[in-house]
Design a protein around this ligand. Structure first.
Ligand code: ATP
Length: 365
């Protein structure tokens, strides 16, 4: 780990706490980022808190106010907390939810979701270390695959119809993201589809991924149907490196992979385009444990580390890359030292666990 002496640039990051456990895990992540950036010798992050979710509905009449989207445009990146949009009052509940709104507004086509088991961390398949590259803007999530309106409709109260969209352009972008990722890892990409049934749509996805793969001859490629893939993950998740798949398959598979690696509470993600990136835990707002100091902040902390890594690579800033490493290392050492939240079989609260990670980063051990 390198220690840099000074920072050239102040990064401006947004903070959107969101709902449920968001106001616990997002501030926890801010504290860990601050500790890591300081330890890496970087300039302090300039944080900008912005309204989103229930509180934004109350204060601004929108779960994702236009002022929030406008403010995000001028920032280097942001931390998005989970939202409990299923519990919003109408008409907000029927609208495209906050993360969908932001992903669509900024064209964040790549949702990168690692699932990595920790030593001492309760994994179903120890040794799991894979990344899901989920296409984020089209596929079978009909609420975000159209320019205007949604791909879902009800011609009568008893009939509901949806459509899914796979495009060559959208698939090429996520496929390149997946193969580039694999090149920096163990050089294997698994394409997940359902081309035996959804022949035209996921068949196109599979074929375009394979075409793109030919540009990366050093990366090994295989493919599985989505249903078979769930079985392979439960049995031998430790044998996979990068999985590339469409929107809905990726959402489902990443919850499964997160749990296989130990807990949904440790599953991070970053959503990115070529120009913007957003840290977002793979899990939801966990309303059942909200406000009780029971949430595991690891997923949000590691998502924030992924954002710093993305920014470090994009701006060639070694301080941020170093800070990201320190965050990952601080979390791993804390878990290895025996501290765990309830979902990982321990008793630590969110606050206590966060303080231990900050301590581990500050002390460097
Ligand atoms: P969404 O559809 O918004 O992603 P979800 O329906 O998948 O949400 P979650 O909110 O992710 O559901 O919660 C699923 C289960 O996982 C709940 O029992 C919740 O308490 C647990 N859980 C989720 N995140 C965490 C966390 N960070 N720490 C501890 N438990 C969590």
């Amino acid at each position: 780990m390198t220690t840099s002496s000074s920072s050239s640039r102040t990064f401006r990051l947004g903070v959107l706490n969101g709902d449920g456990i968001g106001p616990e895990i997002v501030p926890a992540s801010v504290a860990v980022v601050d500790a890591a950036v300081t330890a890496a010798g970087g300039a302090p992050i300039a944080w900008h808190e912005l309204p989103l979710g229930f509180s934004a509905i109350e204060e601004h009449g929108s779960h994702t106010p236009a002022s929030t989207l406008k403010a995000l445009e001028d920032l280097d990146g942001w931390l998005l907390g989970p939202h409990d949009s299923a519990a919003y009052p109408e008409p907000y509940r029927s609208q495209l939810n906050p993360s969908g709104t932001i992903r669509k507004h900024f064209g964040l086509f790549a949702n990168i979701r690692p699932a990595k088991a920790f030593e001492g961390g309760n994994a179903v398949v120890p040794g799991t270390d894979l990344v899901i590259a989920r296409e984020n803007t089209e596929g079978f999530y009909a609420d975000r695959n159209t320019y205007r309106g949604t791909g879902e409709m009800m011609p009568t109260p008893d009939v509901a119809i949806m459509h899914g969209i796979i495009t060559r352009a959208g698939t090429e972008k996520i496929a390149h993201a997946a193969f580039q990722l694999a090149r920096r890892r163990r050089r294997k990409v698994t394409i997940v589809h359902k081309a035996n049934v959804l022949k035209l749509t996921t068949g196109l996805f599979r074929d375009v991924c394979r075409e793109v793969g030919r540009q990366y001859p050093e990366v090994e490629v295989d493919d599985f149907h989505i249903d078979a893939m769930t079985v392979h993950l439960v049995r031998r998740a430790d044998e996979f490196d990068v999985l590339v798949t469409e929107n809905m398959f990726g959402d489902i598979l990443s919850d499964l992979a997160g749990e296989i690696a130990g807990s949904l509470g440790i599953a991070p993600s970053v959503n990115s385009s070529d120009t913007h990136a957003m840290a977002q835990a793979a899990h939801g707002s966990a309303p059942d444990i909200a406000g009780q100091d029971k949430a595991n902040p690891i997923a949000m902390i590691l998502s924030s580390a992924m954002l710093l890594e993305w920014l470090g690579a994009r701006h060639d800033d070694a301080h941020l890359t170093d800070a990201a490493r320190r965050m990952e290392d601080g979390v791993a050492r804390t878990v290895r030292g025996g501290m765990a939240t309830r979902d990982l079989g321990g008793t630590a609260g969110c606050g206590q666990f966060t303080a231990a990670v900050v301590d581990a980063i500050r002390s460097g051990r």
